[in-house]
Design a protein around this ligand. Structure first.
Ligand code: SF4
Length: 406
């Protein structure tokens, strides 16, 4: 069996036949996973300095020169990188005395950090498959972002205590600003909130949980929902980008709701993180510093939003990006600023970020061309082998060579 590194579910039941390095037949891949496998031969990143093709050795030297010569470099990305590369990344940031950050600083980092600190209850996907009777998808649309989430873990499968599956044993609730594909599956369990209206909905739900009449239009539905949640034996809340962005990063209202639910019964939180090893980076940096993102090693260990990419782009003078595409995800004004800074991009494929980089360094695709380890979005560690040969270096190899050269 092979793994898929197409998203943070890291499916481990993939069967694949190759013909001369080309994917021929696959089993168990979703459409996103199949596209990921097919990308082996599509839009691969080439090694270049200032837009001119160069040997990888020369690109490593150019990258080291940019990073070592910078006064305030930022090392960013790491979601599409192995645990081995992430550890090297932290070492590189320490050696440079630079800042290090990942996309969780503008998405779900707050929730992940609370989970790692033990302040928010969590569980594994295996627990969910075996025991969960209520799944809440809050600002989360895994049917689009993590296509096998519902079929493998959260809704459709039968489990130890959930032998009758979704027909009788599981309930899906979706809270979102639009009727997403996941909301369409949840049908009657869909609660539409206006953009930024999540705290208001949570407040109404808290009131209903406390036996009060909620101050919302559809009081009856919210009261029924509260009754359902009170009766849950093993509840799970899956969070997505919609929740992270709903209130500009202030998630106190959400944490209060989770706390209240756990006074009544058991509800665990599992964030649906985007890139395949976002959780791995958050854990790696947390183990080293006690923080999941936005850390500076300039004077010991400093942490705060001022060391996250969104604020730091104003003052940093070089950026190395590995396994991520911030220029595609950040607001246009920040992407524009990134284009004005010397960027070193390390990745398997061409991206918006690599197109504006001064130095580009290709790497092998983890799980297909290179072996390595990663943490699934629920924190479970997986180790994968390579499936096909590649002349490209693994991400950790590129990181080590830059680390030696700076
Ligand atoms: S759900 Fe994610 S890990 Fe699983 S096959 Fe699809 S893309 Fe790959």
């Amino acid at each position: 069996m092979a793994f898929c590194t197409g998203c943070s579910l890291l499916c481990d039941d993939i069967e694949v036949d190759f013909d001369g390095g080309e994917v021929k037949k696959t089993l168990n891949l979703c459409r996103k996973g199949r596209a990921h496998y097919d990308s082996l031969g599509v839009d691969r990143l080439s090694s270049a300095v200032d837009g001119t093709a160069a040997k990888i050795d020369d690109c490593i030297s150019a990258a080291a020169e940019i990073l070592a010569g910078a006064k305030a470099p930022l090392i960013f990305g790491w979601g599409n990188s192995t645990l081995e590369a992430q550890r090297v990344g932290v070492e590189l940031a320490k050696k440079l005395g630079s800042a290090i950050d990942d996309p969780s600083s503008y998405s779900q980092g707050i929730i992940t950090e609370k989970i790692l600190k033990g302040e928010v209850p969590t569980c594994t996907f295996d627990d969910i498959r075996n025991f969960a009777d209520v799944s809440i998808f809050w600002g989360d649309d895994p049917s689009s972002s993590h296509p096998r989430h519902l079929s493998r873990f959260s809704y459709f499968p039968r489990g130890e205590k959930r032998q009758r599956g979704y027909e009788e044993d599981r309930e899906a609730i979706v809270v979102d600003v639009r009727k997403s594909p996941t909301a369409q599956i949840a049908a009657d369990g869909f609660f539409k909130v206006p953009p930024g209206g999540d705290p208001g909905f949570a407040e109404a739900l808290m009131a209903a949980l406390g036996g009060k009449i909620p101050k919302v239009e559809d009081k009856k539905r919210v009261l029924n929902l509260a009754t359902k949640l009170r009766k849950a034996k093993f509840g799970a809340i899956f969070t997505g980008m919609g929740l992270a962005h709903s209130t500009g990063g202030d998630l106190d209202w959400f944490l209060s709701l989770v706390g209240r639910l756990n006074e009544i019964t058991r509800f665990s939180v599992v964030p649906s993180l985007g890139e395949y090893n976002t959780r791995g980076f958050n854990q790696t940096l947390f183990d080293e510093t006690g923080h999941v993102n936005s850390v500076s090693f300039k004077d010991g260990v400093d942490h705060g939003p001022e060391f996250g990419i969104a604020r730091l782009l104003d003052s940093c003078d070089a950026v190395m990006v590995m396994g991520s595409d911030p220029a595609a995800a950040l607001p246009a004004s920040l992407a524009k600023r990134l284009a004005q800074i010397p960027v070193v991009a390390v990745g398997a494929h061409r991206t918006v970020t690599s197109d504006l980089a001064r130095v580009t360094i290709p790497m092998a695709m983890a799980g297909l061309e290179a072996r390595g380890a990663a943490l699934r979005t629920d924190g479970m560690k997986v180790e994968f082998d390579s499936l096909v040969d590649s002349e490209l270096p693994a991400d950790s190899e590129v990181g080590k060579r830059i680390l030696e050269a700076v």
